[in-house]
Write a protein that binds this ligand. Structure first.
Ligand SMILES: *Cc1c(COP(=O)(O)O)cnc(C)c1O
Length: 379
């Protein structure tokens, strides 16, 4: 029997050609022609003041923490149900994490529980648009405005998604994308930061270029470059950008294919949900998503463990995540949970992600669907 992997990195077939072109240019360091094309594409797509490719989604989040001028002792409100980098970027600046419970329907931070977690030390609300489905941004932006807080969007999974017609990552002060190979568009390891305030663009370029004004120098705006602030090396090689570029060119095609697969899962598994055997993802009316993932929810941890093992015996690879941050050693050390963990742990233990990638065949998808039905004795 053939393996059905959990993920296959997207490929358009033109990556090798673009890599060869980048190599022929004999300029492999960052900010070459492919990087510029990616920047322009992202800026046009999102309307942000400046998009900058980074070496990862994690480094985009680190840049966001720098741009928000997070200081030791500041508090950052975020969900506990997220990848570690959402917190780590701020922890590195000495901030304390304040975890807020999620909504069970979207697995996003519960916007109705944020305001109670605000203290006079709160500096940032960092939202995570889980599965490329937007958080309730109007409410969150309003809380931030009233309390004078920054909003960082961890939109690592949200490229091509929208909330009320606004692109994810372009609504807060800073947005962060990931182009890791498990995301919808990839450069192996990589990401992008969306600098949504024009007055922060120059500062962002300096943080990304080791604290120097090299970007201005390259544009001929200064006659030599120098050390002007702190920073790190957050810009990726031109080779990585060359790999990403053809996928951005084909973004609609890739997105449509993923959406078709997502809809097919949803339709095929709806009868199981109607029978009360599983729960399916919920997409709020305001949200246009990008089919970043398809998950189902089992009754509990025991049933999920059995389902993943059952699928694996049939060479179908599914995955679960995340271990809530407030239950991890570092998560406890660097933060606290505000209020009660009603849904974070419970819902995270029930969730299983099914194989979903660009190019997943109908035949393989049918095999997955049949196996899920078999597990639940549903015919
Ligand atoms: C993937 C991901 C990240 C990290 O991105 P990398 O490119 O792997 O560093 C951060 N947050 C979320 C929600 C993610 O899904």
């Amino acid at each position: 029997m053939m393996n059905i992997p959990f993920n296959v990195p997207p490929s358009t077939g033109r990556e090798a050609e673009c890599l060869a072109q980048a190599m022929a240019n004999r300029k492999l360091c960052g900010d070459g022609p492919f990087t510029h094309r990616c920047h322009e594409w992202l800026e046009k797509k999102t309307g942000t003041a400046k998009a900058l490719l980074t070496t990862s989604g994690t480094s985009a989040l680190e840049m966001a923490a720098l741009l928000c001028d997070v200081q030791p002792g500041d508090e950052v409100i975020l969900p506990s149900y997220t990848f570690v980098s959402t917190a780590d970027a701020f922890v590195q600046r000495g901030a304390t994490m304040v975890y807020v419970d999620i909504r069970p329907d979207t697995m996003n931070i519960d916007e109705t529980k944020i305001e109670a977690a605000v203290t006079d030390k709160t500096r940032v609300i960092c939202v995570v648009h889980y599965a490329g489905v937007s958080c309730e941004m109007d409410t969150i932006l309003d809380i931030a405005r009233r309390h004078n807080l920054k909003v960082v969007e961890d939109a690592a999974q949200g490229v091509m998604s929208e909330y009320k017609g606004r692109p994810l990552g372009a609504m807060g002060d800073v947005g962060c994308y990931s182009f890791h190979e498990t995301k919808n568009y990839t450069m192996g390891e990589g990401g992008a930061v969306l600098v949504n305030h024009p007055e922060q663009v120059e500062q962002a370029e300096i943080f990304r270029e080791k604290g120097t004004n090299r970007s201005r120098f390259i544009r001929g705006q200064v006659d030599k470059y120098t050390w002007v602030d702190y920073g790190a090396s957050y810009l990726p090689s031109e080779l990585n950008a060359a790999y990403l570029w053809p996928q951005l060119e084909d973004a609609d095609k890739i997105n449509n294919d993923r959406m078709r697969i997502w809809e097919r899962y949803f339709e095929a598994l709806s009868p199981l949900a109607e029978a009360g055997l599983i729960e399916l993802p919920f997409i709020p009316e305001e949200c246009t998503h990008n089919a970043h993932m398809f998950y189902i929810k089992c009754a509990d941890l025991e049933e999920r463990t059995a389902l993943i093992a059952f699928l694996k015996e049939r060479s179908i690879y599914s995955a679960f995540h995340y271990i809530p941050l407030h239950t991890a050693p570092a998560g406890l050390r660097f933060g606290r949970f505000h209020g009660e963990d009603v849904y974070t742990t419970r819902e995270s233990e029930r969730l299983t992600r099914l194989p979903l990638y660009y190019g997943l065949t109908e035949e393989d998808q049918n095999t997955v669907i049949a196996a899920v039905k078999e597990f639940f004795h549903f015919s």
